[in-house]
Write a new protein. Structure first.
Length: 279
């Protein structure tokens, strides 16, 4: 009986250890990998203990059977303590027949086995939860990466907008430079035209004066011819006046041509610039 009680106490202790392991697993499920290793070790130990308990039960049954046979053999002999041996035999038979205690031990063993199975299932769930946690962390990292890329896209769009504004400002600056160049060209053209107009006016005054001198010389020459008096000085004066008139006329023509060219040069320059841009 002491052996059976010892076996029962060991089974009870094993069940307590299993319960403690299950509670620890529930409280620390998915917390770290060390808990999984400890649980696995506890499961292996409990499996070994259950196997040892089963072997112990078999050994006890075999021992009881051997003792029973020995008592039966002793009872069949003519020894002086036959009554005492018979009583011991009956007691052992009753113990062997009474399997409730052994059945209780078996039930406790089955309960312990069920708890082991539940612990293994809890471990599997814990591993699945840990795997899900790792996947969640991976998805979070991917989400952060996507957010960073989105922020970079917004920054790139802002830079593109700024570049477009700078290009527009640069175009305006170039246009302003072109307008300034055109203004300077118009000023130079105006100065050139003013100089050409002044020169033309001077040449016209010179031409008028030469024509007046030529008319006076021609009038004096006609009067001398009518009087029948030949004056070489009048002839020379008339020739000089005519020559001066021709020079003044040529200078006037040149001044007019220069004035026309000064008006045409800006137009020709703009035409050449537009043709170059088209090409």
């Amino acid at each position: 009986m002491s052996q059976i009680e010892e076996l029962q106490s060991r089974i009870t202790a094993a069940m307590d250890r299993i319960g403690a392991g299950v509670d620890t697993l529930v409280n620390q499920m998915g917390s770290n990998a060390d808990a999984d290793a400890a649980l696995q070790s506890a499961l292996e130990e409990e499996k070994l203990a259950n196997a040892q308990l089963e072997e112990r039960l078999k050994s006890i049954k075999a021992k009881h059977a051997t003792e029973l046979e020995e008592l039966q053999a002793s009872a069949g002999s003519d020894g002086p303590d036959t009554g005492e041996l018979q009583a011991e035999l009956d007691r052992l038979r009753a113990q062997v027949a009474d399997t409730s205690e052994v059945d209780g031990l078996k039930a406790e063993l089955a309960d312990a086995t069920a708890k082991l199975v539940a612990a293994e299932a809890a471990k599997t769930e814990a591993n699945a939860a840990i795997a899900d946690a790792g996947e969640i962390e991976s998805l979070r990292a991917e989400l952060e990466d996507l957010r960073a890329k989105a922020d970079n896209t917004e920054e790139v769009d802002g830079l593109r907008t700024e570049i477009a504004a700078l290009k527009a400002e640069l175009n305006n600056t170039e246009r302003l430079d072109e307008l300034k160049a055109e203004t300077e060209m118009l000023r130079a053209e105006r100065v050139s035209q003013a100089e050409a107009t002044t020169r033309l006016d001077k040449d016209l005054q010179r031409l008028r004066k030469a024509n007046d001198q030529l008319r006076e010389a021609n009038a004096a020459l006609r009067e001398a011819n009518e009087a029948g008096v030949g004056e070489p000085s009048l002839i020379n004066q008339a020739m000089l006046a005519e020559l001066e008139a021709l020079r003044a006329s040529r200078a006037t023509d040149a001044a007019e041509a220069k004035a026309i060219l000064s008006r045409l040069e800006p137009l020709l320059a703009q035409a050449d610039l537009a043709e170059g841009e088209d090409e």
